[in-house]
Design a protein around this ligand. Sequence first.
Ligand SMILES: Cc1cc2nc3c(=O)[nH]c(=O)nc-3n(C[C@H](O)[C@H](O)[C@H](O)COP(=O)(O)OP(=O)(O)OC[C@H]3O[C@@H](n4cnc5c(N)ncnc54)[C@H](O)[C@@H]3O)c2cc1C
Length: 432
Amino acid sequence: MKPTTRTDSDHVDHTSDRDCVIAGGGPAGMVLGYLLARAGLRVTVLEKHADFFRDFRGDTIHPSTITLLGELGLRERFLRLPLNRLETMDAVIDGLRMTMVDFRTLPAPDRFLVLAPQWDFLNFLAEEAAVLPNFELRLCTEATGLVVEQGRVRGLRATTTTADDPATDTDPATSTSTDIEIRATLTVAADGRTSALRDAAGLIPDESGVPIDVLWFSLPKPADPPPPTLAYLSPRGMVLTIDRGDRYQSGMVIRKGGAEQLRAEGLPSLRQRIVDAAPVLRPVVDTLTGWDQVKLLSVQLNRLDRWYRPGFMAIGDAAHAMSPMFGVGVNYAIQDAVALSNAIAGHLAAGDAPSGVLAAVQRRRELPVRIMQRIQRAGHRVISRTTTGAHIAPRWVIRLIRLASPVIRPLAARFIGIGLRPEHVTTPQREA
Ligand SMILES: Cc1cc2nc3c(=O)[nH]c(=O)nc-3n(C[C@H](O)[C@H](O)[C@H](O)COP(=O)(O)OP(=O)(O)OC[C@H]3O[C@@H](n4cnc5c(N)ncnc54)[C@H](O)[C@@H]3O)c2cc1C
């Protein structure tokens, strides 16, 4: 670790008051920040990294989110980015290809899912938010604690890091850290599943046992690629192949805690497992030449019993870590942001963040989250069979599912693409 020069820890730079301060520049934090600033409120979003460029994060933008972008007047600009549109989702189960989801059955115009690297989506939001006069994004700024006075959260503490030599960004041999304090009517933890602010607020999530983890890696597409396929499942394993233009963002589902054993078996064994599960990757799997190309992502599923305290609320993965199952986590995080913004903007304008309103937001969002997490848990049980050499279901069941797929497709499109209780933007747009 490179040395960091700390300023005198007694020195805290007190910044001006904000209506809302948000820890975390992920999908939840950026959408909430945009919506509140668009309503004329003074918002600061803190992101601990220097940019949004982190790989292996949720890449799926679902029809419900595209509809929300339309409500904000951002849809057309967003869709002009270089994105992949998916109208259907195929899976290959025990060698049988089936189309399980058909977004073309959804109401027009948002009849497709977009695969966009998350950094493109977040950069897009950051650029759109930057023109709003009351929006402030502070990169390289890590929320470290809460300011609590008389039982009410009044803001947060953070450490902001600046490079001594700007040409070397924030990863220089030396950098300077400054402790800051930002006071706000509402403090929001949107800092993801390892949320520091949630901990600081004394909120502890209930964990659901998860039997799987995912190894992520990127592979070039073979010269003659098959139709877009989300996953290959068989007793030989499960491999995800998310389309990213000329490459696949690929994931191999492994048993929870099994990564060390795979490492010990060596890279040739991993390559063989990948090919066994998804033979279509045979021509490209040799591009995986080092473990530095493979990232372990520990799958988590949890939920806070209580998402708020006076002056404070957790949203997105900070309130309920979602599994990658069905790729809905980004969209659920965004729906939380919209629900909170709709409910709280008027109160923030009046200088208040009533706990009753925060409780109502939790009640509104908790039901869809609970149901989706229950379904994700059931899904984990099924796909974890691929890590034990078992069939995910008897062959006749798979054939039956294939036969029933014309009925399943529109239902799955609605469930995955729009979800339960989709939010719509009712937060007003105001000039600052
Ligand atoms: C392996 C895997 C694959 C997934 N694939 C998909 C998928 O394809 N589609 C999908 O929809 N979902 C997917 N998910 C789930 C999805 O990534 C999350 O549900 C979603 O990103 C949650 O958004 P968020 O804004 O709540 O949190 P995050 O996306 O985690 O964002 C939190 C942000 O806060 C920042 N931060 C953290 N701590 C601090 C701090 N103290 N101060 C300041 N900033 C901080 C982080 O750097 C980060 O930018 C996947 C999850 C996993 C584990």
